[in-house]
Design a protein around this ligand. Structure first.
Ligand code: NAD
Length: 471
């Protein structure tokens, strides 16, 4: 059993003052994997003070110095590749393939920040003024459990690129993964106080960051409910916020889609990261004229999805992160049945032989209309809702009829037509014919999926404050 009893403040591993602990439970078999000591308000205030002191000098570092720190950060994380991947599989239940991809995203996010920093103009002429882009200050980084270390790597490397310092509060459920990241970042030899990590609960450590007048900005990834509370609580100190929140992403199958390819891609996009992905393509919009073909291919594809031990290289769907998340997903399957949707695959209960863990049957509902809760609310599990449409205008209207706007997907053989549809969708990222990621391109949500953007130049600008000098 792993005992995680240190947090990281001012360049050192320290014992938190907080006395509460949290059990880390295996999602595969409910075994207690470890125990993490939780930091409290006093611990958080110490971390903020360290980051504030470090900001004085770190904000004055040159571009070349920061590139050097980012290169060291990259190398130190790369050095812990296997540990990072294994911790994600063991603690979170991420399937091996996804854990590897998530690890690569950690590195590519840092590499993109290095590339951006190399060319970025921190001084610009605008009209008669010189505009200097200053680091915004100390940043509070708050992350969820579904790809913990890649969020930390991207947010912290952006903060460093900007000349900011940070206090990081990862999900308490990710403490084993956090421990590996803490050790890697320590090994990178960044100046003391530039990053600080406090394990702890959201309403304690997270809330202290949100309220602190010494934190200039919060970069948050997590649920829309908590994101809204951060925006409200942060208003008293006029916090800058970047909020990466939930989604209910539409996936439009155009009339000319090659379904033999498009349906397996649609299933993979819906069930990615065990369905616990903010960008999961959880609403499949299919032409009514091709619904029978769609259903037949979905039935066949889902029957072959392998659910099971996330450490097995051929597993496609692993367990839900926690018993609570399992119950939440079961609740939505019950809701779908009660709302009158038709179950095409999966359903309630665990797959046979996997009763010990938080495993959900990959589930597909058809005959869904967009007013049902299973079409409107983020389920965060392997549950796909299939909605028929008759015209492309109707498909676009259904796709946009959501409070969210994080991602969208379009599939069709006529690329020009697919791009026209993409241009009409209200989402921060639209992927055509399959899942795609580019760490130089902005990522973030329209509507209640968030505020601001991450990655590339847009991401860096969120950590900078323009200062106009007129002479
Ligand atoms: P969550 O909102 O419950 O928690 C996220 C983080 O916020 C955790 O570290 C938590 O401890 C902290 N927190 C909780 N209450 C807080 C408070 N009052 N003040 C400050 N911090 C607080 O989310 P989760 O359950 O860990 O993750 C799943 C959610 O994250 C889903 O809704 C998903 O869509 C979203 N998500 C979004 C993105 C994106 O990029 N848009 C990416 C991944 C996950």
């Amino acid at each position: 059993m792993k005992i995680i009893d240190k947090i990281y403040i001012n360049g050192a591993f320290v014992t938190p003052e907080g006395t509460e602990t949290f059990d880390l439970i295996s999602p595969v078999n409910q075994e207690v994997l470890g125990k993490v000591a939780l930091g409290n308000e006093a611990d958080t205030l110490k971390a903020i003070a360290a980051a504030k002191a470090a900001f004085k000098t770190f904000s004055q570092t040159t571009r070349e110095e920061r590139i050097g720190y980012l290169e060291r950060m990259y190398a130190a994380i790369e050095n812990r590749k296997d540990d990072m991947i294994n911790a994600m599989v063991q603690e979170y239940g991420g399937i091996l393939q996804f854990a590897k991809a998530s690890f690569e995203n950690s590195l590519s996010g840092i590499a993109a920040n290095i590339a951006v920093l190399k060319d970025f103009a921190f001084e610009k002429q605008v009209g008669s003024a010189t505009v200097l882009l200053d680091p915004v200050g100390v940043v509070g980084i708050i992350t969820p459990w579904n790809a913990s270390n890649s969020f930390i790597a991207n947010k912290l490397s952006t903060a460093i690129a900007a000349g900011c310092t940070a206090v990081i509060k990862p999900s308490e459920m990710s403490a084993i993964q956090t421990q590996v990241m803490m050790e890697a970042l320590h090994a990178a030899g960044l100046p003391a106080g530039v990053f600080n990590i406090v394990n702890g609960l959201g309403p304690v450590v997270g809330a202290t960051l949100t309220k602190s007048p010494d934190i200039s900005k919060i970069s948050f990834t997590g649920s829309t409910v908590v994101g809204k509370s951060i925006a409200k609580e942060g208003a008293d100190t006029v916090k800058r916020v970047t909020l990466e929140l939930g989604g209910k992403s539409p996936n439009i199958l155009l009339e000319d889609a090659n379904l033999e390819e498009a349906i397996p891609l649609s299933v993979a996009a819906a069930f990615m990261n065990n369905g616990q992905a903010c960008i999961a393509a959880s609403r499949l919009l299919a032409p009514a004229s091709r619904m029978e073909e769609v259903k037949a291919l979905l039935r066949k594809t889902v029957a072959n999805v392998k659910v099971g031990n996330p450490a097995d290289p051929d597993t496609q769907v692993g367990p839900m992160v926690s018993k609570k998340q399992f119950e939440r997903v079961q609740g939505y399957i019950r809701t779908g049945l009660a709302e009158g949707a038709t179950l095409l695959a999966g359903g309630l209960g665990q797959p046979a032989g996997l009763e010990a863990g938080n495993f959900v049957q990959p589930t597909v509902f058809v005959d869904v209309n967009n007013n049902m809760r299973i079409a409107r609310e983020e389920i965060f599990g392997p549950v796909l809702s299939v909605i028929p449409y008759h015209t492309i205008d109707e498909a676009i209207a259904i796709a946009n009829d959501t409070t969210y706007g994080l991602a969208a997907y379009v599939q069709g053989q006529d690329l020009a037509q697919a791009k026209k549809v993409a241009a009409r969708l209200e989402a921060g990222r639209v992927a055509i014919n399959g899942f795609k990621h580019d760490p130089m391109a902005p990522f973030g949500g329209f509507k209640q999926s968030g505020v601001g953007r991450e990655f590339g130049v847009y991401g860096l600008e969120e950590y900078l404050e323009p200062k106009t000098i007129l002479s």
